[in-house]
Ligand binder design. Structure first.
Ligand code: SF4
Length: 92
């Protein structure tokens, strides 16, 4: 249950956004036309890999389920696998 609480707490504040590695990167790298091209996906994930707030970003995305883009180093499809596990943990 501690992981569930940690995710909710990390997602509760948006201060992390001011420290994001993507704040000066073109948004189309993270929100390319659907379906996201492999180049854009890899470029976005490379930026996320250098980001100090990747855990906060991923927690936000898991709890809020944005429908597009790379958040916290994961695509929408990848996040939804994690989100499903998180929701199942909440329900148990
Ligand atoms: S993890 Fe990626 S999408 Fe999230 S704030 Fe950092 S660079 Fe931006």
């Amino acid at each position: 249950m501690a992981d569930v609480d940690a995710i909710a707490e990390l997602a509760s504040t948006r201060r992390w956004r001011t420290m994001s590695a993507c704040r000066d990167v073109e948004s189309n790298v993270f929100f390319a036309e659907d379906p996201m091209g492999l180049f854009e996906e890899q470029s976005a994930k490379a930026v996320c890999g250098q980001c100090f707030v990747i855990d906060d970003c991923l927690a936000y995305a898991i709890t809020h389920d944005p429908p597009f883009g790379v958040w916290g180093g994961m695509t929408t499809a990848e996040r939804r696998v994690v989100r499903k596990t998180w929701l199942n943990t909440l329900a148990s």
